[in-house]
Every structure is written in structure tokens, then in C-alpha cells.
Ligand binder design. Structure first.
Ligand code: WQD
Length: 337
């Protein structure tokens, strides 16, 4: 079984490649290295003993995508991570996001629809829910108008896949991630820090290691117990394992619809201050932080109703917030050593 993982040298992609190899799949990775490094292949091999096939390729190059699928005609399934994913950047540069996140998806689907049967796992995001009206958030929660071009590309992507699956042999699973954090416990792979981190956890670990002066906490005047925003922080290894379970569901034809959607989270909401406390507990360090104004576009609350993922997909998270923070801290220390 050869599986294509696009964006397979990225944060979630690389952890998923490890779990696929652990399950005996042959993996071919496509990555344009715009937000990753070929060194990640060594990290994957250090963990599994197997180096995945790798093709440096930009999925916006339609001819290159066509050539790839001619060369790898035996690909049975595709897990599609490759996309630009910085919410703030997408506001300032929407066309980069529409070109990269939509064209690439269309070119891949055009190749898959030529096959009698194709299995497609799509990296989506809880961002499609915006500020959901009820908590926890289930898959039937209303998809709200996107608050950024990035979020819009996820919503449009889901709609494109749904339309194509209706008229082709493509079976798809849309995975809506909550907040992925942490790193592989071996510290051989993790979130590659390119530039100033937009997300909370890499900013915390970089502050902890002394790379950043202090963490700015974006607001403590939200209607939550401690005033800071609440999110569902999910260990990236748990998230990676969910992709393998979803792929096997399609390969074994267990899916109940041509397109299925699952929220992937822990079901537990944690505030920014609780994440900081978890870091301080696992690192033994006091974190320097300052409360500042709210960040534009942040929702107050987002955590998953995990019932469908647990009962239908047959997957649930194993790691706690502290274990995830411990792995993030171990990774930060490793890459700065
Ligand atoms: C979490 C909380 C911030 C940084 C984003 C994307 C989402 C997904 C995950 C791709 C918020 C606070 C953060 C900082 C802070 N990405 N924070 N200081 O915004 O929930 O989700 O990343 O799919 O699509 O929207 O994650 O880590 O940026 O923020 O106080 O320096 O931490 O206000 O409450 P977010 P985040």
C-alpha cells in the first residue's frame, strides 16, 4: 500500500509519516520545502528506521502533479497536508493562500478522479466553526463565514472535495483539527521554528529557552474563568494516529458516506494561563509573560465534542496537556542544543 503524504515534511505531516510507517505503509512524500527542511527525512528515519520516498515538488505546478501521478500510479491513498497555514499572513496576502491552498487541491483531485477508487484524507481545521454558539463543538455545528482567507480555503476545500466525491470514485474524510501542539517523544521531529511563532506553544517554549524576551498574552478580559481564551490542545502524535485510523477506514471500506467529517481534539478546553502553568510545571521554569490587548480574530472558546471520533472513527487522544508540553519543551531544548 503506497500512500502519498503531501506536506509530509511539515509539522503534522512528518508525525503522520512516522505513524504510517509504523503501521507498515510505504510512504511517498511531496513537499516544496517552503516551510520545512529535507533534514526532517533524517528525523523520520531515526525514529522508524525507514526513509520515506521524497519528491521536492510544488503542487501549484499542474504538469508536475500529473507527472508525479504517472510515476506513482500505485498510490492507494492521499493524505493532503500541503498548504499555507498562517492566519495573519493570509489576511495580508489572500491570493497566495487561494493559489496555494486551492489550486494544489484541485490538481490532486483531478488526478484522483481518473482512478476507479481513490482514498483522500483532508487536513481541515476547527477554524471553520468560527466562534461556535455551543460547546463542545460537534461536527454538526454551524460552519460560520470564515474570519480569514486561510479559514476560507479550508471551507472551500471541504466543499470542493464534497462536490467531486459525488461524481467520482473518490472517498474522503475531512479531519477538523483543534490546536495541534507538542512533538514526537524522541525529539527527532517537531514543529520547525521558522520566524517569529504565531502560535502559543512554540512561543512559550522559545521564551522558556531564552530566544524570546517574554510571551505576550493576548487579553485576559474574556468571559472565561481566568479571563484568557480557551482552546483544545491536542498532542501532534495523537493527531497523527487519527490520520492512519481514518485512512484505514477508507481502505477497508468502512466509511458510511462518500465524505465523512471528524473533529479531532481532546474534548478538554485549556486556557492560555493553564497552558503556561503546564509549561512551568514540566520545565521547572518560571515563564516571563505580560498581559496585553486582545488579538484581532481570536475566538473566546473552542473545544471539541469527541463523541463521533471516539465512537465512529474509533480513535481517542492518549496524551495529556502536560505530556504534550513536556514533548514540546524537550524538542525546543534539542534543537537549541
Ligand atoms: C491560541 C491562544 C491566542 C500566541 C490557530 C489557527 C488555527 C490552527 C491553530 C491551522 C489564543 C493565545 C497565542 C501568543 C497568546 N492553525 N496566544 N500569545 O489562534 O487558536 O489557532 O492555530 O490550522 O487555524 O487559527 O492558535 O496558538 O495562535 O492561539 O496569548 O503569542 O493563545 O490569543 O487565545 P489559534 P494560537
Amino acid at each position: 500500500m503506497k500512500i502519498l503524504v503531501t506536506g509530509g515534511l511539515g509539522f503534522i505531516g512528518s508525525h503522520t509519516v512516522v505513524e504510517l510507517q509504523n503501521e507498515g505503509f510505504e510512504v511517498v512524500v511531496i513537499d516544496n520545502l517552503s516551510n520545512s527542511s529535507e533534514d526532517v527525512l533524517k528525523g523520520i528515519e531515526a525514529i522508524t528506521g525507514k526513509k520515506p520516498l521524497f519528491e521536492k515538488l510544488d503542487l501549484r505546478d499542474k504538469a508536475a502533479v500529473q507527472d508525479f501521478f504517472k510515476k506513482h500510479a500505485d498510490v492507494n491513498g492521499v493524505i493532503h497536508f500541503a498548504a499555507s497555514k498562517a492566519v495573519g499572513e493570509s489576511v495580508g496576502n489572500p491570493l497566495l493562500y487561494y493559489e496555494n491552498n486551492i489550486s494544489a487541491l484541485v490538481y490532486i483531485l483531478q488526478e484522483l478522479e481518473k482512478k476507479e477508487n481513490a482514498n483522500f484524507i483532508f487536513s481541515s481545521s476547527c477554524t471553520v466553526y468560527g466562534q461556535a454558539k455551543t460547546m463542545p463543538i460537534n461536527e454538526g455545528s454551524e460552519v460560520q463565514p470564515a474570519m480569514s482567507p486561510y479559514g476560507n480555503t479550508k471551507q472551500i476545500g471541504e466543499e470542493i472535495i464534497t462536490d467531486v466525491a459525488k461524481v467520482s470514485g473518490i472517498n474522503a474524510i475531512l479531519l477538523r483539527y483543534f490546536n495541534p501542539i507538542g512533538a514526537h517523544p524522541s525529539a527527532e521531529i517537531g514543529e520547525l521554528p521558522l520566524g517569529i511563532p504565531q502560535n502559543l506553544v512554540p512561543f512559550i517554549t522559545q521564551t522558556g529557552i531564552g530566544l524570546r524576551k517574554e510571551l505576550l498574552v493576548y487579553g485576559n478580559d474574556y468571559p472565561t474563568p481566568d479571563g484568557t481564551c480557551i482552546r483544545d490542545y491536542i498532542h501532534v502524535v495523537d493527531l497523527a494516529k487519527a490520520h492512519v485510523v481514518a485512512l484505514q477506514r477508507l481502505l477497508n471500506k468502512k466509511n458510511q458516506d462518500k465524505v465523512e467529517t471528524f473533529n479531532l481534539g481532546t474534548g478538554v478546553g485549556s486556557s492560555v494561563l493553564e497552558v503556561i502553568n503546564a509549561f512551568e510545571k514540566v520545565s521547572g521554569k518560571k515563564l516571563a509573560y505580560r498581559i496585553v490587548d486582545r488579538r484581532e480574530g481570536d475566538v473566546t472558546l473552542a473545544y471539541a465534542d469527541t463523541t463521533k471520533a471516539n465512537d465512529v472513527l474509533g480513535w481517542k487522544t492518549q496524551s495529556t496537556l502536560e505530556q504534550a508540553m513536556e514533548s514540546a519543551w524537550k524538542w525546543e531544548q534539542k534543537i537549541r542544543s
